[in-house]
Design a protein around this ligand. Sequence first.
Ligand code: FE2
Ligand code: FE2
Length: 257
Amino acid sequence: MKLLFVGDVVGSPGRRVLGDVLPGLRERHAPDWIVVNGENSAGGLGITAKTARSLFEMGADAITLGNHAYRHREAYGYLDDEPRIVRPGNYVKGNPGRGHTVVEKDGARLGVVNLSGSVFMKAARSPFTEADAILGELDGKADHVLVDFHAEATSEKVAMGWHVDGRVTACVGTHTHVPTADARVLPGGTAYISDVGMTGARDSVIGVRREQALEAFRTQMPVRFETADESPWVNAVLIEAGPNGLASSIEQLLVTP
Ligand SMILES: [Fe+2]
Ligand SMILES: [Fe+2]
């Protein structure tokens, strides 16, 4: 089984570069599954039905989210109705959407889990106990399981990797928009990376126009942020796994068109 996971797609430049690069990646790697983090896909913040549909049309089998999940109120009904999208499972129970799902294709079942970090992030419950609860619910219902841990602190992400090692196929970090150099298969068989990075403008400050982000840091005054579009690239990982649900490899893909 091959799974391609794409890091936070930022705005229309992110969607555009993913659309440009994905056909080549599909041809070269022939992934069985494509999962995309879409929390920044609408104008750089949040997701809408329109941007979600564009990611599905490109070939995404599932979409994960993060702290910007609820940015666009008009998407709440869509999050409830579309079973292929997950938002952090450890948010307040009853909030729009779901925290985990199972997508099926050609008789194979992929469990997709989204969790939010609790260090410097909003979370109603511990991501560690929530992971246990969700994995209990998925037991016997999925052949492979992917966890997108949307978190700020590398320490919490590394800890989550150890927490789920041997219990899921892959635990990939998102949210910082900066790819880390620690991709590996942990001893128990879980593919892990602290952060996959982002898909969008590389010549930016994590997706925001450079001069605007710099002005905010220099002046410490409010600045209107716009999505950057210079030098877009795709940050992703390719995970290979066996029928036992555990990973044999994880490869970092940093692709310019
Ligand atoms: Fe993000
Ligand atoms: Fe985020």
